[in-house]
Write a protein that binds this ligand. Structure first.
Ligand code: HEM
Length: 512
């Protein structure tokens, strides 16, 4: 096609693409980049990446090695898949790799990184992270909020008991995820926003409905981005739905501000409570927190804390239904420590080592964020002898590392005993097991996440025996993953719940 046939628009696009390609070629020549699949012009490797990314990257790593270049359009993404390289990324070069890449939707949701999750590493990040570590997730506050968590787990047990078919005859298969999502929603929104949006009959109030809709719209808007997101110089051809984003932001602000207002009024009469919203409002001046930051932080808790905990428990339950031996061993331990005439609580955890091992084993085989969250290089860095140019994204495939036969025996077998034989840290000190990441961006909610997962699992096991639906063999439970940033099961696990404690222990006693 000659230039006049292309028209001015075509000339501009071709020019931009040509400049970008030349720039990339120069970059590749200047730097010693990690090996990887051959990228196509403009789209890079985007068309070759399989939907379940962490599995695809694992397969590729067998061909290209434990550090790989994968081009998302014109953006270099480096994926590391072994313990040594994870340590280089998350410990030795932690600070140079502590920014976050933000898509345009993440820019909108976080108001250009004014929250924590999407904030770049810098003074704002350090301040907000301090608020999280010292204030929101302090052991004292976690302990003060324990009654809420225990109440919500009791509500979950009660609703499973009501639905398990005790009246009509046990045998009705339950979709386990339904109960887990409910308890995870309440267990994050309640300590964060200081409200239970669901009444005693399980009916959600209008604010709760609004919350759920905002979460769903956020997911939809996030997923609406096209491939051009990864090709910054073509983004202008695919404008965002500005109106929809603005409406979503306004809804989120309105409902959050209304709750903040309610808390401000309540504090004047009954003093500050332990909920995150109260903590942030009382600390607003001390830490100089803008209203956008407070709202951003509160919503970060929902984004980061809700699905991750529910997903972990769902995978653990799938493994437990597949492994009746492990289930029974855990029940024997809980019976020995807690007995059968009271319900367990979080103070029982230290006496339940096998339950703790099950939690770790579930997080090892099924980390809910298998590629963690992406990090971004703030300067040129060398990892594993290769150059990572400033501005590149870095992913640690924690899923692959936790299945690496070089560091794990029988890596794909669900065997909690491995942690009785060797105590492996799960909170960022042992680079073989990194479900929460490590280093300065490690998950600040790790302890809360562990408590929630362990508490849900402990109650599910203490109160019920779990069996596959009639006609299904345990080994037929499908362990395929759904694509996405967080990894739900592709086919939500269904199981029969058989009560094993006296009836009165299934009744929730609501908190005042
Ligand atoms: C089983 C449960 C959980 C898992 C496996 C998990 C895992 C992770 C991972 C892998 C990261 C990214 C680390 C990195 O970029 O290096 C992260 C970040 C984060 N998580 Fe969690 N998480 C869990 C539960 C929670 C909970 C319950 C909360 C809060 C209520 C929470 C709040 C956060 C926040 C705010 C960040 C962003 C931290 C930052 O960018 O500095 N997480 N989490």
């Amino acid at each position: 096609m000659s230039v006049p046939e292309m028209g001015p628009f075509g000339v501009v696009v071709t020019g931009i693409v040509a400049i970008a390609i030349v720039y990339k070629l120069v970059q590749r020549w200047r730097f010693k980049l990690p090996p990887g699949p051959r990228p196509w012009p403009v789209v890079g490797n985007l068309l070759q990446i399989e939907p379940v990314r962490f599995r695809c990257f694992w397969d590729w790593s067998k061909k290209y090695g434990p550090i790989m270049s994968v081009w998302f359009g014109s953006t270099l993404n480096v994926v590391v898949s072994n313990t040594e390289l994870a340590k280089e990324v998350l410990k030795e070069h932690d600070q140079q790799l502590a920014d976050r890449p933000r898509s345009r939707s993440a820019e909108k949701f976080s108001r250009n990184g004014q929250d924590l999750i999407w904030a770049d590493y810098g003074p704002h990040y350090v301040k907000v992270r301090k608020v999280c570590t010292l204030e929101l997730f302090s052991p004292k506050r976690l302990e003060a909020l324990r009654p809420i968590r225990e109440d919500e787990v009791a509500a979950m047990v009660e609703s499973i008991f009501n639905d398990c078919g005790k009246q009509e005859g046990i045998g009705k298969p339950l979709v386990v995820k339904r109960y887990l999502s409910g308890v995870a929603f309440n267990n994050i929104t309640r300590p964060a926003f200081g409200k239970r949006f669901v009444n005693e009959e399980g009916k959600m109030d209008p604010q709760g409905v609004e919350f759920k809709e905002i979460v769903a719209t956020g997911l939809k808007l996030g997923a609406s981005l096209t491939m051009a997101e990864h090709i910054p110089y073509l983004r202008w051809m695919f404008p965002l739905e500005e109106g929809a984003f603005a409406k979503h932001g306004a809804r989120r602000d309105n409902v959050t501000k209304a709750i903040m207002e309610e808390h401000t009024l309540a504090r004047q009469t009954s003093g500050a409570k332990q909920h995150f919203v109260d903590a942030l409002l009382t600390l607003q001046e001390k830490y100089d927190l803008s209203e956008d930051t407070i709202i951003g932080l509160l919503w970060d808790m929902i984004t980061a804390g809700m699905d991750t905990t529910a997903i972990t428990v769902e995978w653990a339950m799938a493994e437990l239904v597949r492994n009746p031996r492990i289930q029974q061993k855990a029940q024997e331990e809980i019976d020995r420590v807690v007995g059968r005439d009271r319900v367990m609580n979080e103070t029982d955890f230290p006496h339940l080592p096998y339950l703790q091992c099950i939690t770790k084993e579930a997080l090892r085989l099924h980390p809910p964020t298998p590629l963690m969250l992406p990090h971004k290089a703030t300067q040129n860095v060398k990892i594993g002898g290769y150059d990572i140019p400033k501005g590149s994204n870095v992913h640690v495939n924690v899923w692959a590392i936790a299945r690496d036969p070089a560091v794990w025996k029988d890596p794909v077998t669900f065997r909690p005993e491995r942690f009785l034989e060797e105590d492996v840290d799960i909170k960022g000190h042992d680079y073989r097991l990194l479900p929460f990441g490590a280093g300065r961006r490690i998950c600040p909610g790790a302890q809360l996440g562990i408590n929630l997962v362990q508490s849900m699992l402990g109650h599910l096991l203490h109160h019920f025996v779990w069996a596959p639906p009639e006609g299904m063999q345990a080994e037929d439970i499908d362990l395929t993953e759904n694509p996405g940033l967080v990894t739900f099961m592709a086919k939500p696990v269904q199981a029969i719940a058989i009560p094993r404690l006296p009836d009165h222990l299934y009744k929730r006693q609501p908190l005042n």
